[in-house]
Design a protein around this ligand. Sequence first.
Ligand code: ARG
Length: 265
Amino acid sequence: MTPRRYLMCQPTYFAVDYAINPWMDPAVPVDTELAVRQWTELRDTYRRLGHTVDEIAPIPGLPDMVFAANGATVVDGIVYGAQFRYPERAAEAPAYLNWFVSAGFTTHAAKEINEGEGDLLLTDRFLLAGTGFRTELAAHAEAQELFGRPVITLQLVDPRYYHLDTALTVLGGTNVAYLPDAFSPASQRVLAQLFPNAVLSTPDDAAVLGLNAVCDGTHVVLPVQARGLADQLAAKGLVPVPVDLSELLKAGGGPKCCTLELRTP
Ligand code: ARG
């Protein structure tokens, strides 16, 4: 495992006040204090595993700001800002960019709609880029020009898996786990060519957002409910680290959504 640096945002103002994905139902009550306890456990888990966690201050009126993965994409210290699909989350993009400026990063505001690491996932060789629900195809080209990493476009087709990081997990630098049915038939063929030894998730494990996981090369922090996936990962020699984020699942989020990796050269 290599020690990582992550950015997280405490869910102080977490709520489900609007519905921009099929997981969100404003009629279902949310326990914000429980969300904070679960999130704190996730943060402390990363620290126990030897990682550094930075925190961005939450802003009232931005209930989804806890999902830091959407705030930007950071590769080789280059920060590509987000630009959100829905107006409910629009103000998060400048909030995250401001954090990066004060942390000393050079930032690049996005011209195209993209939801950060929700749809842009890095392997050693590629930047895997989802589209279909949130991030625009044009943002894939924008990211490739900015980072100089080959971008592989993947078409998402199931509204429950609206971000790439709900349907696919990067395992170390060279392999992935994913739910084939979340992708178009052609994108499934692309994934099969690039990752012949991939872990294929069952629909049941994906349906508890089991693929919304964070791997440091050795450990995979994933939702506790995804037991089958944990066994599959263990069979590959990885160490599953289960966490319970049941409150955040009500907004369609899991561990990876709460975690933005700060990759510096
Ligand atoms: N409610 C949020 C939205 O729909 C959840 C975002 C989850 N983040 C992620 N990286 N998948 O935008």
